[in-house]
Design a protein around this ligand. Sequence first.
Ligand SMILES: C[S@@+](CC[C@H](N)C(=O)[O-])C[C@H]1O[C@@H](n2cnc3c(N)ncnc32)[C@H](O)[C@@H]1O
Length: 291
Amino acid sequence: MSIDPYAGNLDFWEKAAATHGVDEDSDHYRFDAVIAGGTLMTPTEQRAVATATGGTDDDPLAGVRGKDVLYLQSHLGADGVVMARAGARVTCADFSATALRRAQELAAQVGVQIETVETDSRAIPESLHGRFDLVYVTVGAICWIDDLDRWMRQVSLALRPGGRFVMVEIHPLYQMFLKTSPEVVIDFPYGGGASLTDTDTGSYAAPDAEWTSTTTNYAHSIGDIVTKAVRAGLRIDVLEEHVTSDIDPRGDSSLVRGDDGKYRLLIGRGNEEGSQPEPLPVFLTLLATKV
Ligand SMILES: C[S@@+](CC[C@H](N)C(=O)[O-])C[C@H]1O[C@@H](n2cnc3c(N)ncnc32)[C@H](O)[C@@H]1O
């Protein structure tokens, strides 16, 4: 039986939103850290926001104070709650009602207010148009989007002229690898919106969960991302490709952790027999401005 991709993805995210951050032994979504005054934003995410908003190394979120921030596809909302604590007026938008309820619960525990909007990110409501100084998107968002042109237009519609778009995403090259050991398996296309549908149990943050879902992911290349952002009326300021990562976003063994604690995508070998290859890109940071 075939399943509508949007319905299948929503089903997955409703189940994930009810499960993530619940198991106290999991390394993912450690809200106790946020409630204690910390953040789940990675150094890469903090640097991106600092660069876009005028934050500093010591206080990367200093620039969000007094700003209107849209956290698009916010999942459980932790980064939005942290930005609200830093003085931003934050709206979290997601298509999962359960995720938004969990985000409100976290905000209440931290003692900040956030607005939540249940919406398909390919068609945000007019009430969000032209309202934001910053649209923030991070890790694992655009792979759920079939029509990236339409999605980028929503980002552009949400921003005020001069508003900034910050996206930290999984690099499309890394996305292609199902696994890298004991053998390399590449099962995902590079771009053009091509899709892969899969039925699996659990999720990246709840691998032992017993629920099953059928999800569809879409491939967007670097060229797709840049072209569609520009076509939507965004000026690209920075496109940075990261060959090291502070986190292992998939929680599997496809990245190798070095002595410096950083994760790298290492395929094949270097010049010399037995030598390490040069690392391939794992993440990207896109900073853009609404013109
Ligand atoms: C991997 S999460 C993003 C990660 C998130 N930034 C975090 O820190 O946990 C992807 C999010 O996209 C949302 N999502 C997927 N497709 C969507 C759509 N078409 N419209 C709105 N939200 C969507 C999911 O509900 C989920 O919360």
